[in-house]
Design a protein around this ligand. Structure first.
Ligand code: MN
Length: 234
């Protein structure tokens, strides 16, 4: 097999993983973006339903915060993404790329916001938290040495995001795990990591209940971590 063929397969399999994750969250609008079809026919993103009621994560995440966060904030990212997708489709249709950088930036910001919030709702569950199942524990031990070290590093990453952003656990192509931060939704992304557990540390995620005490929110958040979801992503 020629080298570029091997590289092509490697690249498509990494993208395939991302696309599989993306298809859950996005539908197929990412594909329609590339098809040059008329703006009326593009597939738009939708706000996903939560797997649990708004009060299911009490007392750690209060119902009012969860309701506003999902129905207002996440919905705004879905609408922002759809607007950008429509404008990108119009640009292709009219062959007018004069402000393409603006709409690409918008689609990146809102699209990443949509993806990460969809992961965030899945990253939490009622009657969850505690120590991870053995398969997750093994992966954590292999990458971080111990569960204690992992939890401390992840918490520190979440506490110290500058401004608004996220702490993320990602899976690398070789199966190992890494902890990273993103500012806003998309900055600082290591492009080879697929996020499998995310903690939103924008103030809108905790301010009603925890005000400025981000560290208290993060400590509480561990009580609702959905390890079954993390396991399903390994
Ligand atoms: Mn948020």
């Amino acid at each position: 097999m020629k080298k570029d063929r091997r590289d092509f397969i490697k690249t498509t399999s990494v993208l395939g993983t991302t696309a599989a994750l993306g298809s859950v969250m996005f539908g197929s609008e990412a594909l329609s973006q590339q098809s040059g079809m008329s703006p009326e026919n593009i597939k738009l993103a939708e706000l996903p339903k939560l797997d649990y009621p708004y009060d299911a994560l009490e007392p750690y995440i209060d119902a009012k915060t969860l309701e506003i966060h999902h129905s207002k904030h996440h919905n705004a990212y879905v609408q922002g993404l759809n607007k950008a997708l429509e404008e990108l489709a119009k640009a292709r249709f009219k062959e007018d790329y004069s402000i393409i950088d603006y709409w690409i930036k918008k689609s990146s910001f809102h699209g990443a916001g949509h993806v990460l919030h969809t992961l965030y709702w899945k990253s939490m569950a009622p009657n969850a938290g505690g120590e991870p199942p053995q398969k997750v524990m093994d992966a954590i031990n292999k990458s971080f040495g111990s569960y204690k070290a992992f939890k401390e590093q992840f918490s520190a990453a979440a506490r110290t995001v500058e401004g608004s952003g996220w702490a993320l656990l990602g899976k690398l192509p070789d199966g190992s795990l890494m902890i990273y931060q993103s500012e806003k939704h998309e900055n600082l992304s290591p492009w080879n990591a697929v996020p499998i557990l995310v903690c939103d540390v924008w103030e809108h995620a905790y301010y009603l209940k925890y005000q400025n005490k981000r560290a208290d929110y993060i400590n509480s958040w561990w009580n609702v971590v959905n390890w079954k979801f993390v396991e399903s992503n390994l």
